[in-house]
Design a protein around this ligand. Structure first.
Ligand code: ATP
Ligand code: MG
Length: 413
């Protein structure tokens, strides 16, 4: 019998499914994340509505069940943002317990034909194919035969259609499991990746630019919880520039959950550098301080690595030589998920995740405040160390860390 009391969604776990003995752990984390993202609506009516949604795992799949009045678009939007989810299908569920194989085929065949009628109405298609699957190997009809027999019901019920196995205009999936069968058309692709919280916590150096929000997204996509570190040069950089970074963090919370953002005023360090060191080394020297301060803050907050939005050769401070000189200040691993990506590809991701429009708002960044005319592109460590010997590095870092402020950016719906 077809379940008409609730809406059902099949959620596939993608890479999570490959995790061998750890699979139950990854699946549990995924279920937890889905529940969490369904539970955080600000709108009270929506919250109570989503509160009635159930999420459970069953033999390699996750099933989301909602009352009929819960919007499909809302479920797809929310579940589609959970890392670890490969794809989602709104499905029809048919109870088949204690039925013979022929009875199952008959029941599912009718549901398939009826579903296909609905599809024809909205899409005016002429060809179709049934993709049959038998998750329950005890079921005596094999997958190709399931497809064939269900296909016959569809042909009978939808006279305008013919089968095209190579290039069908619609594919209807039939999945026969232990006590239930499922019929669905769409497989809506999600981001894949791994559930948040399965890969420790990192501290991302978050500027107001295009790159670092994308780097944040990509690391969270592999299951890492993120905290953010932002440097400003107030009053050279404005309140509004800081607001922009908070806006970016807020957009990122839709994927990463709540973000704690640490901020430090870099101005005293920049002034000391400008006063005491060669102008062309300003940027690389500032970056070395950023790394030192970030490492200290990361350690104090249980972050295992630093993450930046750098990409090889993008600007003077991102040449291979510059990156080596930057990294030699810290012992913590520095992850650069964009290192081998072109700017256009980074921009595409920024557009897809919704950070691009905010990133391109023209506000000043601390790095642009004392920008040298001709920055060194191949810095030599000995020269840099010599320049730094004119500064009280430890005292400057201590003072910067002591001035740290923290804002918590709460999760958006
Ligand atoms: P983005 O688009 O991320 O700003 P970018 O191409 O402008 O990158 P840079 O300004 O050289 O490049 O910065 C490289 C990386 O250094 C950034 O991706 C970010 O991780 C970090 N960074 C730069 N400025 C800041 C800042 N003000 N606060 C925190 N991190 C920063
Ligand atoms: Mg920048």
């Amino acid at each position: 019998m077809i379940n008409t009391n609730e809406k059902i969604y099949i959620v596939r776990c993608g890479e999570v499914a490959l995790k061998g003995q750890n699979k139950p752990y990854f699946e549990r984390m995924l279920v937890q994340r889905i529940k969490k993202i369904l539970n955080r609506a600000e709108d009270e009516a929506l919250k109570s509505n989503l509160g009635k949604v159930s999420v459970e795992r069953n033999d390699g799949l996750i099933f989301v069940r909602t009352p009929l009045d819960v919007s499909e678009a809302e479920i797809l939007k929310r579940v589609g943002r959970v890392f670890g989810v490969e794809s989602i299908s709104p499905a029809k569920e048919i109870a088949i317990e204690n039925m013979t194989a022929d009875e199952v085929i008959d029941e599912v065949g009718h549901v398939a034909a009826e579903t296909m009628l609905g599809i024809i109405e909205s899409k005016h298609i002429k060809t179709f194919k049934i993709e049959g699957k038998r998750a329950d190997k005890m079921f005596p009809v094999e997958s190709p035969m399931i497809a064939k027999r269900i296909g016959a019901y569809v042909l009978k019920g939808c006279k305008v259609l013919s089968v095209d196995v190579h290039n069908p205009e619609a594919i209807l999936h039939v999945n026969i499991r232990r006590n239930f069968a499922y019929v669905y058309e769409q497989k809506i692709l999600a981001f894949g990746g791994l559930p948040l919280g399965t890969n420790g916590k990192g501290l991302v150096l978050l500027s107001g630019g295009i790159d670092s929000p994308v780097a944040t997204f990509l690391m969270a996509h592999r299951g890492m919880y993120m905290e953010a570190m932002h440097f400003h040069s107030y009053p050279y950089t404005s309140e509004r520039a800081f607001e922009k970074v908070k806006d970016l963090a807020s957009i990122l919370t839709t994927y990463c959950g709540r973000i704690r953002m640490h901020s430090v005023n870099l101005l005293p360090i920049q002034e000391a550098i400008v006063k005491n060191c060669p102008e062309e080394e300003t940027t690389i020297l500032v970056r070395r301080f950023m790394m030192r301060i970030s490492e200290r803050i990361a350690k104090a907050n249980d972050c295992m690595m630093l993450i930046t939005g750098e990409s090889l050769g993008q600007v003077a401070s991102q040449t291979a030589e510059s990156l080596v000189v930057t990294d030699s200040t810290v012992s913590m691993p520095v992850m650069r998920p964009l290192i081998a990506m072109d700017k256009v590809d980074i921009m595409d991701i920024a557009k897809e995740i919704g950070t691009f429009d905010t990133s391109i708002q023209p506000y000043e960044d601390c790095c642009t405040v004392f920008l040298p005319k001709h920055p060194v592109t191949k810095p030599r460590l000995e020269r840099i160390l010599e320049s730094e010997s004119k500064l009280d590095v430890e005292a400057l870092v201590d003072a910067a860390v002591a001035s740290e402020e923290i804002v918590v950016i709460n999760s958006r719906d």
